[in-house]
Design a protein around this ligand. Sequence first.
Ligand code: KG4
Length: 329
Amino acid sequence: MKEILTLGIESSCDETSVSVVKNGREVLSNIIDSQIDIHEKYGGVVPEIASRNHIEAISRVTKKALKEAKIEFKDIDAITPTYGPGLVGALLVGLSYAKALSFAINKPLVGVNHIQGHIAANYITYKDLEPPFVCLLISGGNTILIHVKDYTSFEILGKTRDDAVGEAFDKVARVVGLGYPGGPKVDKLAKNGKPNYILPKTHFENLDFSFSGIKTAVINLNHNTPNISKEDLCCSFEKAVTEILIENTKKALEQTKISKLVLGGGVSANIYIREEFLKLQEKGIDVYMPDIKLCTDNAAMIASAGYYNFIAGKRSNLDLNAVPNLKLS
Ligand code: KG4
């Protein structure tokens, strides 16, 4: 079988990342230039600053990715950039670079949906994993239950009606005084706490989620309770959120009659969430979750998804535009 090399380019938020992946599964390089230190002092990602830093980094990161993979531009079969969802200015940097490269070296351009990339992180972690399965995608921008019918065919089963889980984690962290990025800090602090605070959980008839009620309850508790234990508050928040995620995921598995569950997105790096989801295995569910370093944004997952788009015959034109609210279809 001919080896296919895809060059993944990711710049949807605050990571400039370029990766070379072989046949969708084997990572030859995955360079991630994170801007966390730059945005930390502002308490969150500043879109304009993110774009400027992507511009400064993109060429250098690409050269490094090729060097580490020990290949040259001519060896690449397809250039596969993220074109949405994400911050428009940030997306445009990676996408414009990819389009220019595609024109200059005469290689096909294949646009990738960032959410599809988060799912594909699992194809790298588990070499034998194949669709169909149910995916719970939990990141800073999305909380979605997806029926992954095939590598390029998806059905949305449920999604958040307000905040994404990662967004709620980041907000809670800010209120409690932990700073940015919040998720990993809440994760760490919650380990030393007890779930002593009762928080409201919103339920819907269908498989949708809502996290703004929990978030507001945490903010109010923190504001109104003298000497509140931040550890207990983080632990209670994490437990309530996990219960909601598990409840809806179980319903999605029942509804689709599928017993294969895949997690994805930055929040799937959360230790408590991983532990709780692994317990579903006792109920006969096969549970998959990306290697921790592939949970948050990286270009290897984009190159993997790009490979599956490429072999499905998908091609993008040079007028491909960035789509900040791109949906999975
Ligand atoms: O997937 P990602 O890198 O970016 C998006 O595509 O949105 O996810 C970033 C989100 C942030 O909200 C961050 O706080 C959260 O993932 N996150 C975590 C953890 N690590 C990252 N949330 C909870 N626990 C963690 N360990």
